[in-house]
Design a protein around this ligand. Structure first.
Ligand SMILES: [Zn+2]
Length: 273
């Protein structure tokens, strides 16, 4: 059995099993003198390990046995490479259970590859065992959660999106995720928003008042001339464009301009007094 077929392996390895297998490899600096396991032996061993882990870690109903066998096979291969004798069922299980969190993350990462078939318990499993994976995949997991009515995990997903996903400063008024992009679409629920909806959702008038009261009056005048502002977690004048990492451009209505004018006029009057 040649050792060279690793790079041509059919499936992309998930990060969790990668961690386990590289640990096994680090231990095997010198080439093993013993017999390598045949493909059938690996398959048989992986099946036994998968069955045992499935029941010990409560994975029945979470992941199909053949997918679990696939994850385990990589680990069995690595462990067998690092030994001169055939590893026992017990030693493999012990090794995996010693890093069970890593293994569970690998299972979650595998589940996320097919979100369209996930059920409630699987969504809960991913959120509980692989927060980073869940945060990054929040748009897909949110969509699936809504489809099957698993609304209770949406709040966790919102939180994990902020921690590990790609959050923006602007919350979506439809799904509540911080995921509104500069072109006013939502990365999570896909909504295409209009300016008014975004303004209502962020309390735009309040932010505008705050800006008019705090900012240099010259910047307020700049905004009045330009007729629009750049919004992230606060209001910014257009001249700050190149200094901002993220902003949404929002145009001012007549009402909104009047708010700015009246506040800045009051300030100028009280400064003179
Ligand atoms: Zn949304």
């Amino acid at each position: 059995m040649p050792r060279t077929n690793r790079s041509t392996r059919r499936r992309r390895r998930s990060s969790g099993s990668q961690e386990l297998t590289s640990r096994a490899r680090r231990k095997s600096r010198k080439p093993s003198s013993g017999r390598r396991l045949s493909e059938n032996e690996v398959e048989a061993l992986a099946l036994e390990v998968a069955k045992e882990l499935g029941s010990r870690l409560g994975l029945e109903g979470i992941i199909d046995e053949d997918k679990l066998v696939d994850i385990v096979k990589d680990i069995v291969n690595s462990i067998s490479e690092s030994r001169s004798t055939k590893p026992s069922l017990d030693s493999i299980i012990k090794r995996i259970l010693a890093s069970s969190q890593v293994f569970l993350k690998a299972v979650a990462a595998r589940l996320v590859e097919e979100t369209e078939s996930l059920g409630q318990s699987q969504l809960e499993f991913i959120v509980a065992n692989a927060p980073e994976v869940a945060g990054k995949a929040a748009p897909l997991l949110y969509q699936r959660a809504i489809e099957i009515g698993a609304y209770h995990i949406v709040e966790s997903l919102r939180h994990l999106w902020v921690m590990h996903g790609n959050p923006t400063p602007i919350s979506c008024p439809r799904c509540g995720f911080r995921a509104v992009t500069p072109n006013l679409t939502c990365m999570v629920c896909g909504a295409v928003l209009d300016e008014r909806e975004v303004k209502d959702s962020i309390g735009f008038k309040e932010l505008l008042r705050d800006f008019a009261e705090r900012a240099d009056p010259r910047l307020v005048e700049e905004v009045l001339r330009a007729g629009f502002v750049l919004v992230n977690h606060e209001i910014n004048p257009p001249s700050l464009r190149s200094a901002l990492r993220f902003y949404v451009e929002l145009y001012l209505s007549r009402d909104e301009k009047d708010i700015l004018k009246s506040i800045v006029e009051k300030r100028l009057v009280s400064e003179k007094a």
